[in-house]
Ligand binder design. Structure first.
Ligand code: HEM
Ligand code: 2DC
Length: 448
């Protein structure tokens, strides 16, 4: 017999986990009550009950800022029919496979420029190698990549002198994430009232993000009006959306700003973790290099073909997101009643899938502590196990961009450099709304 909701194990307080309670537990933090699950089979039940308008936990600091500054919500923060109608149009321009052929040449160019930049840095050291914390370089690579796709134009972040506004934008995103987590479970209205520092910093961060995105968007908008009519190459996501004329300008601006902000720390940190794992596994690194070389030879200059021939590189990215996910969990308010672990969960409950916990659970992944890209080839079942970008119609809108950008980056790095690390330093994940390395990752790049 199915057991009722109020018998789900857990205490109405913070700090309990799957080790204490097993594969399902409930918790209450502030005013949020949630049920937490970990098994792929339960994730499948969860996502089957997400309904037509899948809804995540509301990140209140983000909506509060927009309410405060009178700015529209983009696709990230919208819900219901408003979300769906915007998302359907954005899907065609951002996440459809058809767009990939437009994105790939743009992203490849940024990858090539990154390589040229590293070669230059290596030359400057005079030691035929470059040892550094790559995170700032990767932030710039990620912003340059997502901007080139959104605007069809380069910002020039792979050059020696970079626009201080772009650097400020990058710093603002980091600050925005950092200041979100302490406010997650405190009503922002309260923090606003008492004029708290974290709220002021958060506002300043979003102001910086919106100001810079507004400038980029304005710039494209003007150009589009100047040379209207001249048939050109692919003009980028923003210009395509403007010409399509199906979303209001305000809606377009709101979502393009979210895409630009969402496209920096996510891919760059995932790439940093991947380089860290490759440095720790030199034999694997050589295997990947061989795969890339063979794919390059077989595809004869056709990049889309090449991307179809690098399953191990793709497995490496999945493996990185398994051990070092960007999102610590996925959440949905379920649209219908479900039964999980023989407990009845009523419609409307917030259910969270512990992505980080699932990725490291020995019942879910064989020898979870091992970084093994080949597990994604055939050997193990993948059923509801590859969820780094979320699932279903509410999954990551930037997924195709992120995947292509990261695959091309790894191709170029593997073709040009050997990645090594100094002594053994164990780096863990820490929560800054997204999961990030808890200490700097120092790597050495040497020409192959
Ligand atoms: C949503 C992960 C890169 C833009 C999400 C979600 C996850 C995620 C887990 C929530 C999905 C769900 O609830 O099912 C990641 C990871 C990335 C990445 C792991 C890179 C490694 C990007 C990039 C962009 C982006 C590059 C922009 C170009 C967004 C947006 C949403 C989202 C706009 C909200 C979609 C909606 O609510 O409809 N991402 N993301 N992400 N992501 Fe990403
Ligand atoms: C954080 O308890 C932990 O992709 C909370 O590109 C629940 C939660 C809700 C929404 C999640 C968030 C967590 C982590 C960061 C995510 C976000 C949804 C989208 C966002 C996963 C798990 C992210 C990083 C977007 C951010 C775009 C933004 C900068 C405009």
């Amino acid at each position: 017999v199915v057991r009722p909701f109020n018998e789900v194990p857990g205490l109405w307080k913070n700090g309990w986990n799957f080790n204490t309670f097993g594969p399902i537990y409930r918790e209450k933090i502030g005013s949020y009550e949630s049920v937490n699950i970990i098994n792929p089979e339960d994730a499948a039940i969860l996502f089957k009950a997400e309904g037509h308008y899948p809804k995540r936990l509301k990140v209140e600091p983000w909506t509060s800022y927009r309410d405060y500054r009178n700015r529209k919500y983009g696709v990230l923060l919208k819900n219901g029919e408003d979300w769906r109608s915007n998302r359907v149009i954005l899907n065609k321009e951002v996440i459809s496979l058809k767009m990939l052929e437009n994105f790939v040449p743009l992203l490849d160019e940024v990858g090539q420029d990154f390589v040229a930049r590293v070669h230059k840095k290596i030359k400057r050291t005079g030691q035929n190698k470059w040892t550094t914390d790559l995170s700032q370089e990767l932030f710039k690579y990620a912003l340059e990549s997502v901007s080139s796709v959104l605007y069809g134009e380069r910002l020039g972040l792979m050059l020696d002198y970079i626009d201080p506004e772009a650097q400020h934008f990058i710093d603002c995103i980091t600050l925005m994430f950092k200041t979100t987590s302490p406010m997650l479970y405190i009503p922002p209205a309260l923090l606003k009232q008492i004029g708290s520092k974290v709220w002021r910093d958060h506002v300043e961060a979003w102001d910086g993000i919106f100001n810079h995105a507004d400038r980029c968007i304005q710039n494209i908008y003007k150009k589009l009006h100047q040379d209207a009519g001249t048939p050109k190459k692919y003009p980028g996501v923003l210009a395509s959306l403007l010409m399509l004329d199906k979303l209001s300008i305000e809606d377009i601006k709101a979502s393009v700003t979210e895409l630009m902000a969402g496209g920096v720390d996510t891919t760059s940190i995932t790439l940093l973790w991947t380089l860290y794992e490759l440095a720790r596994h030199p034999n694997l690194q050589e295997e990947l290099r061989a795969e890339v070389a063979a794919a390059r030879a077989e595809s004869q200059g056709d990049l889309l073909e090449m991307l179809k021939r690098i399953p191990l590189v793709k497995g490496a990215l999945k493996e990185t997101l398994r051990l070092h996910p960007v999102a610590v969990n996925l959440q949905r308010y379920i649209a219908e009643d479900i039964i999980i672990q023989n407990y009845h969960i009523p419609a409307g409950t917030l259910v969270q899938l512990g992505l980080y916990a699932m990725g490291r659970h020995p019942k879910v992944f064989f020898r979870p502590e091992q970084y093994k890209p080949s597990r994604w080839l055939r050997t193990e079942t993948h059923y509801f196990r590859s969820l780094g970008f979320g699932f279903g119609p509410r999954q990551c809108l930037g997924r195709r961009i992120a995947e292509a950008e990261m695959q091309l980056f790894l191709i170029h790095i593997l073709e040009n450099f050997r990645v090594e690390k100094q002594q053994h330093v164990e780096v863990k994940s820490t929560f800054e709304l997204i999961l990030v390395p808890d200490k700097p990752i120092i790597l050495t790049l040497k020409p192959v």
